[in-house]
Write a protein that binds this ligand. Structure first.
Ligand code: NCD
Ligand code: ZN
Length: 346
């Protein structure tokens, strides 16, 4: 038995590529299946200015193996010192497609993020004026807020007030992990979109913690209860144009994951499209996969859809994905859904 599905070539609207040896190792994993990706700016030091984004883009393109094509869609890391004029210039030149908001301290390499939102008001106003989207890591960082509540609290305390204070600001609520996030995106207008990762459609918090701690399932925002995972699945597979794929594929070496203080991030670049085909098939929504992975994102970002296609094939034997990707800095473990996957990209 063999089934196949051909869709417009997908894009990844939230991706970590890192730099140097890790960049060279992980970039082909994405470029194989995806035409474009929104590139996260959380390097050390972060990508803050248009000039830094231009030079990071050059490094990405020079890391691309011969014969592969890929377009990195660059982002700027929003700091309290970001210059609105620099942002506007980088957007006008076509280099930068979004600005990334990390609340200070929310996740890996987010120390330069925003503490005082009044200090970034001029940048947000300029972005609203020119239609440049703000990509938001939606978690509060207050020590007294439980890690499983940080997304829901962020919506009330930060996201909604920021959006009300800046009419016209286009916002992507990234890597939504809760029903609260899904409901918030649904209850708003076309200026608000949401990305959903592959792994959050597959795991809930039990996968991280039951039967021994599983560092390769730990990411931020952390996976929540099953009811939240089901809300994400329903949104992703509905075809609703406000939801699109952002894998948040975030490579860390095994040494840094399998540690007494392990890094947050799941590496899904290698098998994302196969996993999604299986997820959408399970939910009897294979006909909605193209909307989620290839159409809704470009529509939100006001970019053309890709020209090419990819073909997903289902076979009657499980697909053999590599367990790890070798990088110059050590192996990076590929996300394992914990069950056999019968789909692959032809
Ligand atoms: C990301 C990383 O490793 O850069 N980790 C993660 O768990 N998603 C940071 C982020 O996007 O939060
Ligand atoms: Zn991320």
């Amino acid at each position: 038995m063999s089934t196949s599905l051909t869709i417009t070539r997908p894009d990844d609207w939230h991706l970590h590529l890192r730099d140097g040896a890790v960049l060279r190792a992980v970039l082909p994993e994405t470029a194989r299946d995806f035409s474009r990706a929104i590139i996260m700016p959380n390097l050390v030091p972060p990508v803050v200015t248009g000039a830094e984004a231009a030079s990071y883009r050059d490094r990405i393109l020079s890391a691309l193996p011969e014969g592969m094509t890929f377009e990195p869609l660059m982002t700027l890391y929003l700091t309290e010192d970001t210059d609105p004029a620099d942002v506007a210039l980088a957007a006008e030149s076509g280099l930068v497609k979004a600005v990334k908001l990390y609340p200070a301290g929310a996740t890996t390499n987010s120390a330069s993020g925003v503490r005082d939102f009044d200090r970034v008001r001029p940048v947000l106003e300029k972005m609203a004026e020119i239609g440049l989207p703000l990509c938001v890591h939606g978690e509060v960082t207050d020590a007294e807020i439980d890690i499983f509540d940080r997304e829901a609290v962020f919506i009330d305390r930060v996201l909604d007030p920021v959006r009300r204070a800046t009419p016209g600001l286009r916002v992507v609520m990234e890597h939504i992990t809760t029903k609260d996030g899904i409901d918030y995106v649904k209850s708003n207008d076309a200026d608000l979109g949401g990305t959903i990762t592959t792994h959050h459609l597959i795991i809930n918090r039990n996968h991280i913690l039951v039967g021994g701690i599983k560092p390769h399932y730990y990411c931020l925002p952390v996976a929540k209860r099953e009811e939240h995972r089901l809300a994400l699945r329903a949104a992703a597979t509905s075809g609703d144009a406000r939801f699109f794929l952002g894998t948040d594929s975030a490579p860390h070496t095994d040494e840094n994951k399998e540690s007494c203080c392990g890094c947050a991030g799941c590496f899904t670049a290698t098998n994302t499209m196969a996993l999604l085909a299986q997820v959408f098939e399970e939910d009897e929504a294979l006909d909605k996969l193209e909307a989620f992975a290839s159409k809704n994102g470009p529509a939100f970002y006001r970019l053309p859809e890709n020209d090419g296609t990819i073909t997903l094939v289902k076979s009657d034997t499980p697909t053999d994905f590599p367990e790890k990707i070798e990088t110059g800095e050590g192996p990076v473990t590929v996300f394992d859904p914990g069950y056999p996957v019968y789909w692959s990209v032809a």
